[in-house]
Design a protein around this ligand. Structure first.
Ligand code: HAX
Length: 449
């Protein structure tokens, strides 16, 4: 059964479950909100639903119920590779089913049709100042694609049951086009606009590697990287923003442009660029003629903390252990000859030995362990992708898979316009004084007095 038919079957199975939950169990309480959660970024408040992935604080991410190693093991592999194609992962994320090789071949075929990027998108990118941040370029490219949104064009023809089909169309086009656009931005900014045509015989990861002038080995780096960065349940800034904007029925291009703008923040996806910046500055300052030591790292970390800065690549809003996405990349480094002895990898490994202790001593971060961004730049650097302001674009290519699968399902299950309620500081002070807000009571203006 092809991807769309499989998805339709899964949607038909899922819809009655959501309907029943709302109609029969809609008033069942699943969480409460405290004042520090209201002021502190809604940490841990359970008010989003997704079946695409789940993030356990101790275990880390599961895609469709599978850990990272289980996901890599279960999916059909790219020819001659230990890693699955991104296309097979797309089938899996959308449907929750492991595709057969025939189903993967169908996606590969369709992907090649959808990956054609209209010329005007390239023209828009070329018109931007060359020193624009590549994330700004990627976000603008999403907006340039918007004029051809199938969802926007058909908005007046669809109803709540059929709307998902056009989101699916745009989502599929977007995930197929975004690596081509990312490669274009890379070549435009860093390789004198020497562009490389798509090779229609290659899967997404291999094609991306070729388009940015990379080696054979980088094909697996791309496949691994895009899968690892795809999804981290719904509450992170890029996923949540995309979901929020789409909840107004803004089409997938508007929605993902917004999501990318959130990913471009240094506390989120831009942290991978920040990690490289921090590490290279450390090398420059401390290790010009000498090998780095733990003591040097300790000093440098404290300098950062004492300056009121965060240590990039460490900490997480949900995780309370080392990010398995960090470990998956670390294992890739350890099993890759050359990379495992690379000085930058060794340095990042040494930081891994020191930073959690320093952060624990500092006493603020709830999670002193490394996240995905602490490791990803090292691999890119090793393979010659040294332009570290591009690293968040790579994240954005991967993240598109998760958020596009999510908003397809948002429409399939008819999720509502997102509109949480705000309160005033006066109200919080009154409820603090009263020992809590009397639930069921209306938060009328009088409550603020
Ligand atoms: N270095 C220094 N201080 C840190 C810290 C770090 N790596 N991580 C957390 N803290 C601080 C916070 O800034 C906060 O300080 P204040 O009380 O002064 O505001 C305190 O510790 C408590 O924070 P927390 O509850 O542990 O963490 P948050 O949920 O508030 O924030 C962040 C999570 C990821 C934003 C945070 O850990 C951080 O800034 N890390 C560094 C940047 C980074 O690596 N970001 C990428 C995260 C993964 C991701 O999204 N990838 O895209």
């Amino acid at each position: 059964m092809a991807l769309k038919e499989t998805l339709q079957r899964k949607i038909d199975e899922a819809r009655p479950r959501t309907k029943r939950l709302v109609e029969e169990f809609g008033k069942v309480v699943i969480d409460q909100v405290t004042i520090d959660q209201a002021i502190g970024g809604a940490r841990d408040v359970r008010c989003l639903v997704t079946d695409i992935s789940y993030l356990d604080p101790q275990e880390g991410i599961r895609f469709r119920g599978k850990t990272i190693p289980e996901t890599f093991a279960a999916l059909p592999k790219a020819p001659g590779s230990d890693y699955p194609t991104v296309e097979s992962f797309w089938f899996f994320l959308l449907t929750g089913e492991i595709p057969t090789q025939t189903q993967v071949d169908e996606v590969l075929k369709e992907w090649k049709v959808r990956q054609q990027v209209p010329q005007h998108v390239f023209d828009v990118l070329r018109a931007m100042p060359r020193d624009s941040h590549p994330m700004a370029m990627l976000s603008v490219a999403m907006l340039a694609l918007q004029k051809d949104s199938k969802f926007a064009h058909n908005y007046h023809k669809v109803n709540k049951t059929s709307a998902w089909e056009y989101v699916y169309e745009d989502a599929y086009d977007l995930v197929a086009r975004i690596p081509v656009i990312a490669a274009f931005i890379y070549n435009l900014k860093y390789r004198d606009d020497k562009q490389v045509a798509i090779d229609p015989s290659l899967d997404m990861g291999a094609n991306f590697a070729r388009m940015i002038g990379q080696t054979e080995q980088y094909k697996d780096v791309a496949r691994m990287y895009f899968v690892l960065h795809s999804d981290h349940e719904s509450g992170n800034v890029s996923a949540h923003t995309t979901h929020l904007v789409h909840s107004a029925l803004s089409d997938p291009y508007y929605s993902y442009s917004a999501g990318l703008n959130g990913l471009a923040g240094p506390l989120h996806g831009l942290a991978n660029q920040e990690v490289l910046d921090w590490t290279l500055k450390f090398q420059e300052k401390y290790c010009k003629d000498v090998e780095p030591t733990k003591e040097m790292i300790r000093l440098a970390l404290w300098e950062t903390l004492n300056a009121g800065q965060v240590v990039p690549g460490y900490g997480h809003a949900v995780l309370r252990k080392t990010d398995p996405r960090y470990m998956a990349q670390r294992e890739f480094c350890l099993k890759t000859p050359g990379l495992k002895d690379d000085p930058l990898f060794k340095l990042v490994s040494l930081i891994f030995e020191v930073a959690p202790g320093v952060l624990a001593e500092h006493g603020k971060a709830k999670n002193p362990w490394p996240n995905v961004d602490a490791q990803s730049g090292v691999i890119q650097w090793y393979y010659g992708v040294k332009e570290w302001d591009f690293y968040t674009v790579l994240f954005g290519v991967g993240r598109a898979l998760g958020v596009m699968a999510n908003i397809t399902w948002d429409r399939a299950l008819g999720y509502a316009l997102e509109r949480p309620k705000s309160v005033t500081t006066d109200m919080l002070e009154k409820w603090a004084h009263d020992g809590g807000r009397e639930l069921g009571a209306k938060p009328v203006a009088a409550a603020a007095k």
